[in-house]
Design a binder for this molecule. Structure first.
Ligand code: FES
Length: 187
């Protein structure tokens, strides 16, 4: 849903601090940010910091790549972990060394796969826990449903392939089977 000017909680503060250097693109005023135009106007070696919801970050990344700039020069941070599918419970089956076949977990609406697996003793590594670093990525073995990739670490191509999933933010519809990183000597 587009964000209205009245929803911008720090707008007064920013207006006071920045004056006419502040540019506001509010959904209820029909002013969309032209990312392609903004990026095209930047010097070629410019680094950009970008914060926003997932869809906006995906659009920024596409526009950045289309402008011929290295992705390493676009730094971003997500606002939450909004996805493309509704946030619903889903099932995760585990397959991997030392994992009992058929081990299955339900990931609740208000919990992450990362937390559920770690609480059950499967030592899944993590760092940012915001879908940015890829440290928590697990191999996807099978998908009976659909994965909702909510990270900004994997490329569009990698998300379409769905061979890995960021356990900290990404979710699914249905049941997915992942290869665990469970150490067999810990069993
Ligand atoms: S911990 Fe960084 S992407 Fe999941």
């Amino acid at each position: 849903m587009p964000c209205a000017r009245g929803d911008a909680v720090y707008l007064d503060t920013l207006e006071r601090a920045l004056g006419d250097r502040l540019s506001v693109h509010a959904g209820d005023e029909g002013r969309r940010l032209d990312l392609g135009g903004v990026f095209a106007a930047l010097p070629q070696d410019m680094m950009t910091l970008f914060c926003g919801p997932m869809r906006m970050l995906d659009a920024a990344r596409r526009a950045w790549e289309a402008s011929g700039r290295p992705l390493s020069d676009l730094r971003y941070e997500t606002f939450g972990s909004s996805g493309l599918l509704p946030t619903e419970p889903f099932r995760v089956r585990l397959r991997g060394q030392g994992t009992e076949l058929g081990t299955e977990f339900v990931i609740p609406r208000d919990g992450s796969m990362l937390d559920v697996l770690n609480e059950a003793g499967h030592e899944v590594m993590s760092d940012c826990r915001r879908g940015e670093c890829g440290v928590c990525a697990l191999d996807v073995v099978d998908v009976d449903g659909e994965i909702d990739h909510r990270d900004v670490f994997f490329s569009e191509h990698q998300k379409q392939e769905s061979r890995k999933i960021c356990a900290c933010v990404s979710r699914a519809r249905g049941t997915i089977t992942v290869d665990t990183l469970h150490r067999s000597d810990a069993l």
